[in-house]
Design a protein around this ligand. Structure first.
Ligand code: NAD
Ligand code: WQD
Length: 362
């Protein structure tokens, strides 16, 4: 049995091929959990699992290529495996794209979540760790934000996460058998220290860290810094970057904490300390020994000046605190990018594993 007494031992990870999901698989395998994954590879690649297994020295129990909105396919996974709890990462997450394709975002992020809840309930599985986002706070103003900050989403992606939180809260109020932990991540970044796992989004990265890494490795000519006229010390926007390894360690603790009792709890995951875009560029330059070309352009629509977590609640409740800093994130992201200039392309598939599907990743 993994974790504390009463902790789940078989965990279904939706979106387990993605950036945070793949690191979570390693963390759970390392701690003795049986891990089952579902993913449609819309932003990932099945080749990641050979890396996950190499790091963990253990096999992922099973991997299924499916869309979480497909209730019948999802139900068959629950029929086959004695799932105790679910960590739900699967979602579309690009803020800009969500403003162009709102229906697709609501469909996948909300429809996918309600489909999952339906199938879980049918199978008597009522323990869930949900990936929420600091974006639910919107333009909340200066200073660290605690969990009581009201939802003020400013784009369809953020709105989809806010609706999911409402659905989960209502579900837990209506049915006391459910235990849900909603984790509002600020800006996860970095990579596994082995250099085998990291962030490898399809297409042009939206997020700062993978973009900077691709500039450093020569895949993109320069970074565009979106705005230098924010009311911040250097004029560029401030975010609370959190190492992906700290992020997934919090999920492992959350799985243990699901046994504490029914109801929904919400926690911020952040370091409680902000870094500007230029701070990130400077830290990445120190980590890589390179000078990174950048140009200042206009603000990106929908961006806010500052988003920093008050991360006190999770520390008080669970004693969990991040232990890695911005330099660690840059060092690990750079190691992954150097070792894998084209991401997971070219990584061998796991031999003899056909259930996980072909995936679109070369
Ligand atoms: P990611 O895109 O790397 O991972 C998401 C995974 O879900 C991908 O593997 C994708 O293929 C899969 N997926 C998408 N739609 C699916 C569907 N309909 N059925 C099955 N699989 C599907 O993203 P990530 O950065 O690892 O984010 C994981 C979760 O964390 C998401 O819910 C995201 O909204 C949330 N989150 C991320 C960040 C961040 O900055 N990375 C911050 C806050 C919250
Ligand atoms: C960080 C900073 C950009 C790219 C989004 C979501 C949030 C969460 C994390 C999912 C900003 C600047 C970026 C570039 C830049 N995701 N930037 N040039 O926007 O804080 O948060 O991802 O839930 O919900 O909103 O993250 O990494 O895109 O940007 O100057 O090429 O870097 O303007 O200030 P963001 P990000």
């Amino acid at each position: 049995m993994a974790g504390r007494k009463g902790s789940p031992s078989t965990v279904l990870v939706t979106g387990g091929a993605g950036f945070i999901g793949s690191h979570a698989c390693v963390e759970l395998l390392d701690h003795g959990y049986e891990v089952i994954v579902v993913d449609d590879y819309s932003n990932s690649c099945p080749r990641v699992f050979s890396r996950v297994e190499r790091i963990a020295g253990r096999f992922v129990g099973a991997v299924y290529e499916l869309d979480i909105r497909d209730r019948r396919a999802l139900s068959a996974v629950f029929d086959r495996h004695p799932v105790d709890a679910v960590v739900h990462f699967a979602a579309h997450k690009a803020v800009g794209e969500s403003t162009r394709m709102p229906a697709a975002y609501y469909d996948t992020n909300i429809g996918g979540t309600t489909a999952l809840l339906h199938v879980m309930d049918e199978h008597g599985v009522r323990r869930l760790v949900f990936s929420s986002s600091c974006s639910v706070y919107g333009d909340a103003g200066e200073g660290p934000l605690d969990e009581s900050t009201p939802h003020r989403p400013t784009n369809p992606y953020a709105a989809s996460k806010a609706v999911c939180e409402t659905v989960l809260a209502d579900l837990c109020r209506a049915d006391r058998r459910w235990s849900v932990l909603c984790l509002r991540y600020f800006n996860p970044a970095g990579a596994h220290p082995s250099g085998l796992l990291g962030e490898d989004p399809h297409g042009t990265p939206d997020n700062l860290f993978p973009y900077v890494s691709q500039v450093a490795v020569g895949r993109r000519p320069r970074l565009r810094v979106f705005g230098s006229d924010y009311p911040t010390p250097d004029g560029t926007a401030i975010r609370d970057y959190l190492h992906v390894m700290d992020t997934v360690e919090a999920h492992r603790v959350a799985l243990d904490r699901l046994a504490d009792g029914p109801g929904m709890k919400v926690f911020n995951l952040g370091r409680g300390s902000g870094s500007s875009v230029l701070d990130v560029v400077a830290a990445f330059e120190r980590a890589s020994g390179l000078t990174l070309p950048y140009e200042i352009t206009g603000r990106r629509a929908g961006d806010v000046a500052e988003l920093v977590a008050d991360a006190g609640a999770v520390a008080r409740a669970w004693g969990w605190r991040p232990v890695r800093d911005l330099a660690d994130m840059c060092r690990d992201a750079w190691r992954f990018q150097q070792l894998n200039p084209h991401g997971y392309q070219g990584t061998p598939r796991r031999p003899g594993r056909h259930d996980e599907g072909a995936g679109p990743c070369g």
